[in-house]
Write a protein that binds this ligand. Structure first.
Ligand code: DON
Length: 309
């Protein structure tokens, strides 16, 4: 079923776009700096296969931190919650996503949650496979299955751009290695992590993954349980408590749905039992979330009573 462009969504997008001049495109990964700050698009995927959209929803974007939800799901499938949560915590942090500050104050050294970079690096480290290639392929197949899109791949340019500049993430890895939270070669883990962040898809695919998570891991079109129910529950909970970084509390109050953002300007939303949302708006606020994307979600949540709370 093709995605229908929606006049109602188009009006909301035009309204939310007024906020893009107050945001900035991420440039600490040089390749992301090429994005057009005025872009804003949204797709909504329903369980019956209907899809509505506004803006250029065919445009491919890299997942960046949105990938952290999916790598967590795969690591949980691979190792089970006991093993994963021995190495990474479950608590939100009021710190920026790439902060190293709390790591040093925690004993034993254990990242506070899997949505901050330190925690996500530990999670990616736990994805099973004999090589970076095999681990990446397993992650990619899992993502393709949830999105129902076998064509999903990654941007070599964005992966390389981050790999060449990721000194802070390397510092986090070396700290974690020193404290034996990870035990692999840091360059190898950075190779896998930067490829994971550079996985590319359009807003339709993003919305479909959000839908599967929101439907407790069931693909509503095939009826298949692609993600175990308990893992979908853990993912949704982290999306609520930590998905929008140090803006998660405000987001829960104003919008109230499980969501995950990335510095490319993507937001994946999972409205439990109702629909999945994919947004792309690369102008970011000071906490690294799409500035117009959040405004758009705020309007949607108010208009359609989306808050879970
Ligand atoms: O690790 C990084 O810095 C990026 N690849 C991902 C960060 C990110 O998307 C944080 N999002 N708000």
């Amino acid at each position: 079923m093709p995605c229908q462009s929606s006049e109602e969504l188009k009006e909301l997008v035009e309204e939310a776009k007024k906020h893009t001049p107050n945001g900035r495109v991420a440039s600490y990964i040089p390749a992301l700096g090429k994005a057009n700050p005025n872009d804003l698009s949204i797709a909504i995927y329903y369980p019956d296969g209907r899809c509505i959209s506004a803006g250029n929803v065919e445009q491919e974007i890299t997942l960046q931190s949105i990938s952290k939800v999916i790598s967590l799901a795969l690591a949980l499938k691979d190792r089970g919650p006991d093993c994963v949560f021995k190495r990474v915590g479950m608590e939100p942090t009021g710190d920026p996503f790439n902060s190293i500050a709390k790591l040093e104050t925690m004993a034993p050294a254990k990242p506070l949650n899997p949505m901050i970079n330190a925690g996500a690096l530990v999670v990616t480290h736990m994805i099973k496979g004999d090589s970076v290639e095999e681990r990446f392929e397993r992650l990619l197949s899992f993502i393709r299955e949830m999105a129902n899109d076998p064509s999903i791949g990654y941007s070599e340019e964005v992966a390389r751009s981050e790999f060449e500049t990721a000194n802070l993430n390397r510092a986090l890895c070396y700290f974690l290695k020193e404290h034996r939270v990870i035990n692999e070669n840091v360059e190898q883990l950075m190779d896998l992590y930067t490829k994971q962040c550079a996985i590319e898809m359009n807003c339709l695919a993003l919305a479909r993954i959000g839908l599967v998570i929101g439907m407790d891991g069931v693909d509503p079109q095939t009826g298949e349980q692609v993600l175990p129910k308990d893992i979908a529950r853990i993912c949704k909970t982290f999306m609520v408590t930590c998905g929008m970084y140090n803006a998660s509390g405000e987001f829960a109050i104003k919008i109230g749905i499980p969501a995950k953002s990335g510095v490319s300007g993507g937001i994946m939303g999972a409205v439990p039992g109702r629909f999945g949302i994919g947004i792309f708006g690369p102008a970011l606020d000071e906490r690294g979330n799409s500035i117009a994307g959040i405004k758009l979600l705020e309007m949607l949540s108010n208009n359609y009573k989306l808050s879970m709370f």
